[in-house]
Design a protein around this ligand. Sequence first.
Ligand SMILES: [Zn+2]
Length: 198
Amino acid sequence: MSQHPNAVLALMSNDVLARMQPHLDVVPLESGAVLGEPFRRIPHAYFPHSAMNRVTVQIRGEASGISLAQFAALMLEISELRKGVIRFEQYLFAQAQQTGACNAHHTVSQKLCKWLLRMHDLTGPVLPLTQEFIAYMIGVRRTSVSDAAKTLQADGLIDYHRGTIRVLNKTKMESQACECADDLRNQYRDAMLAEEVA
Ligand SMILES: [Zn+2]
């Protein structure tokens, strides 16, 4: 495995990355940008270097872009790349199923903790996120996010100031997050680190 910041590209050997590198351009991604499905946008496929869900960039950062025609050619040529993309699709599918169950059974505060932990894992303790955006990402009303964030701040779990959340107490946050956080991490591990794709 390589040290590439994109989860799929990190699975690739250095040989494969070296073959892809001449075709990859690093492009900036704005928070909230909608790219369409990763790997399928026309005319470019993107491999984000930071957090995004199926369609939305969660925290601004960069991506490696490649023309779709070139990507298709490389997929045909390199089985390792094909397998990496399939694994990532399996992870996204598991994540979507998990999210449905979570929405039905857990409180806004539990979901907020879970989601902040996931962002924390991906980008560190300082998260440039507005309440509107968080509300959109976890699928609840902005006022619900505001209430939950106030409580978390009063309890010393976060500092929320001018659109930036700083996670102050990760351990306490883990104890309050719904268990879906661990499920997602396990699914991610299973999907991305499996030896072979069935
Ligand atoms: Zn949940």
